[in-house]
Design a protein around this ligand. Structure first.
Ligand code: GAR
Length: 188
């Protein structure tokens, strides 16, 4: 099994989907570290309860110096033995340092059908634009935010009475299926 590190910032439901997938004997990855930039991330507790190694490296301790925070993250991931990083709700814009260190070896899940709606508030924006379809994307991380090569997507309809929350929930269900599926295919 390929050793992977999962980076989170919050709830960690995508991380949980990866934990469940990795628990299957035939799944080609194992999680060797769950790392959060927020010490209070709920997902850290979820990972800890699942018996995984967890670590918080608080970006606030590094002030405006994004790269030194990333150097600490990179050191921790390297020490864990991970050969692949899965960003799962990791809400930091990366500098070229981390992007280059993990070129071709860092995946991200994004809650839209990229290239539509990069960035934040994707569900609100999809509704505001009157999109009839929305969804999620797993892609390789490159220097441009949410611009890397697309590895897989899942689509959901936007319904007439959708709110950002109802649409987000429909997309999230698909995220939890898509991320493990794409990871498995990526490693095959
Ligand atoms: C997910 O919807 C993920 O796609 C999104 O944040 C949520 C995290 O939820 N990621 C981004 O917006 C990345 N820019 P989770 O912590 O429950 O997995």
């Amino acid at each position: 099994k390929t050793p992977i590190a999962v980076l989170i910032s919050g709830r960690g439901s995508n991380m949980r989907a990866l934990i469940e997938a990795c628990a299957r004997p035939d799944f080609p990855a194992k999680i060797v570290l769950v790392l959060s930039n927020r010490p209070d991330a709920v997902g850290l507790q979820v990972a800890h309860d699942a018996g995984l190694a967890t670590l918080a490296i608080d970006h606030k301790a590094f002030g405006k110096d994004r790269e030194s925070h990333e150097r600490a993250v990179n050191d921790a991931v390297a020490k864990s033995g991970a050969s692949l990083i899965c960003l799962a709700g990791y809400m930091r814009v990366l500098t070229p340092f981390l992007v280059n260190a993990w070129e071709g070896k860092m995946l991200n899940i994004h809650p839209s059908l990229l290239p539509a709606f990069p960035g934040l508030h994707t569900h609100e924006r999809a509704i505001a634009e009157g999109a009839s379809e929305h969804g999620c994307t797993v892609h390789l991380v490159t220097a441009g935010v949410d611009e890397g090569p697309i590895l897989g997507q899942a689509r959901v309809p936007v319904l007439a009475n959708d709110t950002a929350d109802s649409l987000a929930a429909r997309v999230l269900e698909q995220e939890h299926l898509l991320y493990p599926n794409v990871l498995k295919r990526f490693l095959a």
